[in-house]
Design a protein around this ligand. Structure first.
Ligand code: G3P
Ligand code: CA
Length: 253
């Protein structure tokens, strides 16, 4: 375990911008995704997807609108156009009032050729099968099945994604580290694991490497946690709201 230089840290621990650069701009908006892409080292972004009333995958974390928009009620009760016209930015700062709830296809187009996406399917209130099918269709319409990864806390959603796409990479999200985790991943055909970073340990990283499973540690925001994890010798992704703090950590600042 020799001393790692900046390049090897960046290579071993790629930065995943969580909900875009959500430490600075309103989460899951085009502004947050564009800001993340201003950092050339951001080669991955994470985002959350729900289904709209008219079956369009849209990008928002909660199943309800109140926390991050000026709308009321459930995402599933509004069309994608209505959601796009909401104000999804003022809750953080009035200067972002023009940001709406984006459709997944807008983020796919923004990221095309620049950045890979970790697309988390949330599925509160939605028909899992429909959510999986529509997401696969939108990714396929962009010819991007080989680029991106679909993740979920719900194994049933991942099974549905696999039913509609034999090739899309899929990953389980978990905030735990059960003894049979790798077996569960393999049974679901997952090649990716998003794990709450406090549950990640040397044994799991070793088992994941043996099983060719890529590990994403979420969500690492404090400079001290970022520095500590960026100094680990094993390979895993670091998911953070702060791509600027990630950069400082891998540069040893
Ligand atoms: O990708 C994992 C992480 O984003 C899950 O938690 O609540 O931020 O969607 P949450
Ligand atoms: Ca998420």
């Amino acid at each position: 375990r020799g001393v790692m230089d900046k390049q090897s840290k960046a290579r071993l621990h790629p930065c995943v911008a969580h909900r875009g650069f959500s430490g600075q701009a309103p989460e899951n908006t085009m502004a947050a995704f564009k800001l993340a892409l201003d950092y050339p080292h951001v080669k991955w972004m994470e985002l959350d997807v729900h289904l709209s009333k008219d079956d369009v995958p849209v990008v928002i974390h909660d199943g309800k609108l109140e926390r991050t928009t000026n709308g009321k009620g459930r995402v599933i009760d509004y069309t994608a156009e209505q959601l796009g016209n909401l104000d999804a930015g003022s809750w953080l700062n009035a200067s972002y009032s023009a940001e709406g709830v984006p459709a997944l296809e807008q983020v796919l187009d923004l990221a095309a050729g620049k950045c890979r996406l970790n697309i988390e399917l949330k599925g509160d209130d939605a028909d899992y099968d429909r959510l999986a099918l529509r997401t696969v269709e939108v990714i396929r319409s962009r010819g991007a099945e080989a680029e991106h990864i679909v993740t979920s806390f719900q194994p049933a959603i991942l099974r549905a994604v696999r039913k509609y796409s034999p090739t899309l990479a899929i990953g389980l999200i978990i905030d735990d580290n059960p003894a049979d985790l790798i077996e569960r991943l393999l049974a679901l055909d997952c090649t990716y694991l998003s794990i709450g970073f406090r549950h990640m340990n040397e044994k799991l990283l070793e088992q994941a490497a043996q099983a060719s499973v890529v590990v994403n540690a979420w969500t690492v925001n404090s400079p001290s946690d970022l520095r500590r994890l960026a100094n680990r010798p094993e390979a895993f992704q670091l998911c953070t709201n702060y791509p600027d703090r990630w950069l400082a950590a891998v540069e040893g600042k």
